[in-house]
Design a protein around this ligand. Structure first.
Ligand SMILES: Nc1ncnc2c1ncn2[C@@H]1O[C@H](COP(=O)(O)OP(=O)(O)OP(=O)(O)O)[C@@H](O)[C@H]1O
Length: 267
């Protein structure tokens, strides 16, 4: 078994909700309840679940931006207390620095780490090559398409060699065609770099395609309903091909059932 990079043990979180006109008292709104799972080295694990089940809150806790109430989350065995360089991020919007070229954006984290300029440039170039963007290294963000910006965002996140890459719906703002290209690219890049990834998406096809395991969360409060092993080899062709596989369709239907039944139970 591979080394555990991220461990989440019985993690719980409630938000305080202000009292209103009828009830002046503040109350606690439980968002996550006793969530437990591990992400192993080189593994891609994806969180899915209905809107509001706490996926983003969980990612923000792992990012170190939100404190948890009970349980523990650890990266490389160290409890998470604040943001750190051991975690890289890619979000829905690439949020590149507009005054920096693609290459200078990728170099940014390395500059903060004091990496000398020649080494920075070399690394940024390697990563831009990995994401298929060497030809655009001197372009500014406004000159890049949404898909290209997200590729730069991925290269920037990988530049600091994080222990784990956290990705929160990174392709959801892209048009369907670009999204599919990036899903295929994401699988290729991860297979090449063997990065450990925790991914969040609403898209079940995307979840099955890119992951080794998918965690289906239930809502109110967010909890683990089921952890599903994805049986396909990493070399699994294009997403369009995999969509026709009967096993893919079976897993997808199973996930839908889990999510739908949870919604019904809560209604
Ligand atoms: N700072 C906060 N204060 C109070 N409630 C919050 C706060 N942040 C999130 N919530 C609530 O916690 C719940 C989970 O939100 P979260 O954004 O984590 O869900 P999600 O699964 O990522 O949703 P979506 O799929 O729609 O992005 C929601 O009901 C949300 O309103």
């Amino acid at each position: 078994m591979q080394k555990v990079k991220l461990s989440v043990e019985k993690l719980s979180k409630s938000f305080r909700v202000r009292g209103d006109g009828n009830n002046k008292k503040d109350s606690l709104f439980p968002v996550l309840k006793e969530i437990s799972f591990d992400v192993h080295e080189n593994e891609v694990v994806t969180l899915v679940g209905e809107s509001g089940c706490g996926k983003t809150t969980l990612l923000r806790i792992i990012q170190g931006l939100v404190h948890y109430d009970a349980g523990v989350a650890k990266v490389d065995g160290v409890p998470i207390r604040r943001p750190g360089r051991d975690r890289g991020f890619v979000f829905q919007q690439a949020s590149l620095l507009p005054w920096r070229t693609a290459r200078a954006n990728v170099e940014f984290g390395l500059e903060l780490q004091g990496v000398p300029s020649a080494a920075r440039a070399r690394k940024a170039r390697e990563l831009l090559e990995l994401v298929g963007l060497v030809h655009a290294e001197n372009q500014y963000p406004h000159e890049l398409s949404g898909g290209m910006q997200q590729r730069v965002g991925i290269a920037r996140a990988l530049a600091i060699d994080p222990s784990i890459l956290l990705m929160d719906e990174p392709f959801s703002a892209l048009d369907a065609q670009t999204r599919e290209v990036l899903q295929n690219e994401m699988l290729r890049i991860q297979t090449e770099t063997r990065n450990t990834v925790l991914f969040v998406t609403h898209d079940l096809d995307e979840a099955i395609y890119i992951s080794n395991r998918v965690i289906v969360l239930g809502a109110r409060p967010g909890r683990v309903r089921k952890i599903i092993d994805i049986p396909f080899p990493r070399d699994r062709g294009d997403i369009a091909q995999l969509r026709g596989d009967p096993e893919f369709l079976r897993i997808r239907a199973h996930m839908w059932d889990l999510i739908r039944n949870d919604e019904k139970a809560a209604a």
